[in-house]
Design a protein around this ligand. Structure first.
Ligand code: FMN
Length: 355
């Protein structure tokens, strides 16, 4: 018998492929959904028209449920002096590549908070599932999505965030441990208490009543069985899917993930302006003392992206944002459908959870 969350999501396997803005693709999400898990699209880098196009393409590629993910960060407050100072700090790094920093930072794509055009698009397209990262939209937005029959997931990194997700009436909590690759879903980075998944899962399992999806460092079916034995209803995995041929990861990203570099990941806000875990690079090692000078997310990211591009044009990946979780060396290079089947076999073999 499937558990209540899987029934609600309309999927057979307790496997959620994490939304990964910039790395997840229509092909990846379709392969995972078609294999019985929940495929996800990260929409954070897309404007409304692009997001709609992605959803429509995914509908063509699968008739199964899928998840789309939006970022709910507090909109950035512009600070020209701070932003200029940050560009001055980065200037010597640009010079290494005979390049110049941008004249000014750009605001990036807007948050889902207050983004009525994105809401309208989601209400029209009606994906089966929508998930929120970095916080929650307004009650009005949540009610509208629920009214449209969309299942809603929210990411929590601590108990107050999980309680806010429950109070807002969402359907499940994604418990994201500190091991996780990519951006931390923490609502307010200043309040980040950096809980590992083991502690977070036990805490939420005791104190919350919504179903929990465990995320962070899960790479094998055995680990899916472990988190389910600890009370999770499913596992969300990102890093495990990066090496799938269907992902958008560049060949450099794949090579680095398969190299010794994968053994060292860390969280830094220095790349985008919000804490995120990736392979340790020169942002982590050379700019750590500049943390207090950082402009807001996502404006910081525009300068980093320009530096990463200038470096990569010269085949240098010392600054690249290769997001990955602590278990990165365990990523397997398999087509997504095969990976899901393997995860399912490992999980069923290991599971004491009565399915
Ligand atoms: C490359 C990458 C990009 C990510 N982008 C997003 C995103 O757009 N939205 C989101 O909710 N989570 C994102 N995450 C975080 C995942 O949802 C999830 O918490 C994480 O992958 C779990 O840890 P793991 O990578 O060790 O499996 C991303 C993770 C990775 C590795």
């Amino acid at each position: 018998m499937p558990n209540a969350l899987l029934t609600k999501l309309g999927i057979q396997l307790p496997i959620v492929q994490a939304p990964m803005a910039g790395t997840s693709t229509v092909a990846l999400a379709a392969a995972v959904s078609n294999a019985g898990g929940l495929g996800s699209l990260g929409l954070a880098n897309y404007n409304v028209d692009q997001a709609r196009e992605q959803i429509q393409q995914l509908k063509q590629a699968t008739s199964k449920p899928f998840n789309v993910n939006v970022f709910c960060h507090q909109p950035a407050i512009a600070d020209a002096a701070r932003e200029q100072e940050w560009l001055n700090i980065l200037q010597p790094y640009f010079s290494e590549f005979s390049s110049q920093p941008p004249k000014q930072l750009s605001a990036g794509n807007p948050s889902f908070i207050g983004n009525k055009a994105m809401l309208e698009m989601l209400l029209e397209e009606r994906p089966a599932v929508v998930s929120f990262h970095f916080g929650l939209p307004s009650t009005e937005f949540i009610q509208a999505l629920k009214h449209a029959g969309i299942t809603l997931l929210g990411c929590a990194t601590n108990l107050p965030e999980a309680q806010a997700i429950e109070a807002a009436g969402l359907h499940a909590i994604i418990a994201q441990g500190y091991e996780a690759g990519g951006h931390r879903g923490v609502f307010d980075p200043a309040e980040d208490i950096k809980l590992g998944l083991f502690s977070l899962l036990q805490l939420l399992q005791k104190k919350c009543s919504l179903p929990i999806i465990a995320a962070g460092g899960i790479m094998h079916g055995q680990a899916i069985a472990q988190v389910m034995n600890m009370g999770a209803s499913a596992a969300q995995m990102g890093t495990a899917f990066i090496l799938c041929p269907e992902s958008a990861a560049s060949s450099a990203y794949r090579d680095q993930l398969k190299s010794a570099r994968a053994y060292k990941t860390d969280v830094t806000a220095l790349i985008s302006g919000r804490p995120a875990r990736g392979l340790v690079n020169r942002f982590h090692t050379e700019l750590a003392d500049k943390q207090r000078l950082l402009p807001a997310y996502p404006t910081t990211y525009s300068a980093s992206k320009a530096l990463i591009a200038a470096a990569s044009q010269q085949d240098c990946y010392d600054f690249a944002a290769f997001w990955a979780g602590q278990s990165a060396p365990l990523a397997r290079e398999l087509p997504a459908a095969e990976l899901v089947a393997l995860l399912a076999t490992e999980w069923k073999h290991e599971s004491v959870y009565s399915f």
